[in-house]
Ligand binder design. Structure first.
Ligand SMILES: [Zn+2]
Length: 166
């Protein structure tokens, strides 16, 4: 006879859920330009003038359709950063980034929003600062697949000096 019990047994399980979604009209156009020509495009809101990257069909602030495409350069300004002391698996490649490393938000010139990615710099607070100028370094064209993993990292421009603290 089977005995009744209140015990609850948990069974550990790892669930693998491969997933992909349609990038949509605007993101597909932008990622195709990135993959094929190494160029970044944002879209400009006709009402507030902000330039969104990645491009979105509608400005979330004004709720109007973005029609104007703006080519952005590869250079921008570091707006925020963190030094990571925990390992992080890249969501697009699954490969780990070994700590410590620097992760930052760079606002490309002409853009209003930022891109978040690795910053190729020694993780030393004396050598990195908000306001630092950076340039995007891409994979070689033949290795690009049309997603943000085509960006290898932000490379700080040479010859910059950290501003004195007040
Ligand atoms: Zn707007």
């Amino acid at each position: 006879m089977i005995k009744k019990t209140d015990e609850q047994i948990s069974i550990p399980m790892v669930v693998d859920v491969p997933f992909e979604f349609a990038a949509g009209q605007y993101l597909t156009r932008a990622l195709t330009e990135l993959r094929d020509n190494g160029r970044f495009y944002g879209v400009k809101c006709p009402k507030c003038g902000r330039v969104q990257l990645p491009p979105r069909i509608v400005c979330a602030e004004c709720l109007v359709r973005n029609e104007e495409w703006v080519e952005l350069g590869l250079e921008g300004t570091l707006k925020a950063f963190t030094i990571m002391y925990l390992p992080l698996n890249d969501p697009t490649t699954g490969k780990p980034h070994n700590p410590p490393f620097v992760y930052g938000s760079v606002q490309l010139d002409e853009a209003t929003s930022v891109l978040d990615h690795l910053v190729n710099i020694e993780p030393d607070m004396d050598k990195i600062w908000v306001g630092m100028r950076c340039r995007i370094v891409l994979r070689p064209q033949e290795e690009r697949i049309g997603d943000l993993s085509d960006i290898l990292y932000f490379q700080p421009l040479p010859g910059q000096k950290k501003p004195e603290q007040n």
